[in-house]
Design a binder for this molecule. Structure first.
Ligand code: ATP
Ligand code: MG
Length: 357
């Protein structure tokens, strides 16, 4: 059990029902990934790619209807969460699974002292008495780097800066020692220095406790700083995934390369795959109701093939744990990744029309 991944999402598909249609629009399709203990997995992609829908589907926090799980499984600590009754799942939220969302002001209760907000979960899930829950809340505030934690515990959220509120959110999420932390754009509203501090803190805590962090972000700079593994989403699917360092050094999907090239580059990074061109990817992410046939990225792809317009590419994979959903890798067995950092061996592994490869 200790060797098994902390979280294994397999073939997750989630749709939203529409009044005028019997089939739901799939916001997330056939998404699979694993999160290892003590590690950080980053999920990246432009707005509307399905990152939040994926994250919220794990603890089943999407309102249903309109959301509907149309396929897949979510294995967490040995159980498939998609099969649990709500009364079995509810106690896991906030205890075994901690969650941090983008805007702490909407997630914190404005009329409750922050110490009380943190201790509430401890009383509820851990059965602590008021005094010991309060004491633990102060310890947690200290742990997330808040100075004068006893005094701060008595503050209301509006007394705190944005960075402090974010730290309070992290303290709340960590309060019951969750083994899984899901953080959806947790630092977007913060300045870069605070962002770095908070992410470094989260990463350290994850490593120390052997829990796992699923971190959603738009920001590939953050990924480079904290990710062990990386999954890149486009139009509801994971188009590339693997060890973060390897993917960033040698992206195999044109979309990943486009995201990297839209980052600013420093002059001493001339070998960086971003350096050859700096610019935005033309076009926008298609709406789930209006996805193009074949590879959903093909209308924006500079390297589009005829096949890309017709057939959804399967996931090609490598022995080094890299996976890429792009036809450019078909018919190139043993071909190297763009930056020559690894080799895709093109196993027929995805179960999605791979017999065509
Ligand atoms: N409640 C809902 N009803 C209908 N469609 C929804 C709902 N929630 C999300 N969607 C659709 O699912 C798709 C994916 O949305 P999601 O929120 O997961 O994107 P995201 O990658 O998290 O984007 P962002 O970076 O902007 O947060 C979008 O097209 C969105 O319109
Ligand atoms: Mg989102």
């Amino acid at each position: 059990m200790a060797d098994s991944p902390l979280l294994r999402v397999e073939g997750l598909s989630v749709g939203f029902a529409r009044p005028d249609s019997s089939a739901p629009d799939l916001a997330v399709e056939e998404v699979s990934f694993t999160l290892r203990r003590g590690k950080t997995l980053c999920l990246v992609g432009e707005s509307g790619c399905g990152k939040s829908v994926t994250a919220l589907s794990i603890p089943r926090l999407l309102p249903s209807p309109p959301a509907r799980l149309t396929g897949g499984a979510v294995f967490f600590e040995g159980r498939d969460l998609t099969l649990l009754a709500e009364r079995e799942l509810a106690p896991l939220r906030g205890s075994r699974m901690g969650m941090i969302f983008q805007d702490p002001m909407t997630s914190l209760n404005p009329v409750m002292r922050v110490g009380d907000q943190i201790s509430e979960g401890l009383r509820l899930h851990k059965g602590l008495g008021t005094a010991s829950a309060q004491a633990r809340a102060v310890t947690l505030l200290e742990k997330v780097g808040i100075a004068s934690p006893e005094e701060r515990a008595r503050n209301f959220p509006h007394h705190l800066s944005g960075g402090m509120r974010q730290r309070v959110m992290i303290a709340m999420a960590l309060a019951c020692d969750p083994s899984l932390l899901i953080a959806d754009e947790p630092t977007t509203a913060l300045d870069v220095t605070v962002q770095r501090q908070i992410l470094a803190l989260m990463r350290t805590l994850i490593r120390e406790t052997g829990s796992g962090l699923l971190l959603i972000t738009h920001n590939l700079g953050i990924v480079a700083q904290v990710a062990d593994d990386l999954a890149v989403m486009y139009a509801g699917r994971i188009v590339e995934q693997g060890p973060a360092e390897s993917v960033l050094a040698g992206p195999a999907h044109p979309y990943t390369l486009g995201l990297l090239r839209s980052l600013p580059v420093f002059p001493d990074e001339a070998d960086d795959p971003r350096a050859s061109r700096l610019g935005a990817i033309p076009g926008i992410v298609p709406d789930p109701r209006n996805r193009p046939p074949g590879c959903a990225f093909h209308p924006r792809c500079a390297r589009v093939l005829e096949l890309c317009r017709r057939e959804v590419p399967p996931l090609f994979s490598s022995e080094t744990g890299r996976r890429c959903r792009c036809w450019l890798h078909a018919g190139r067995p043993g071909g190297t990744l763009p930056a020559g950092k690894g080799r895709l061996t093109f196993e027929k592994n995805s179960g999605m029309g791979t017999d065509k490869v």
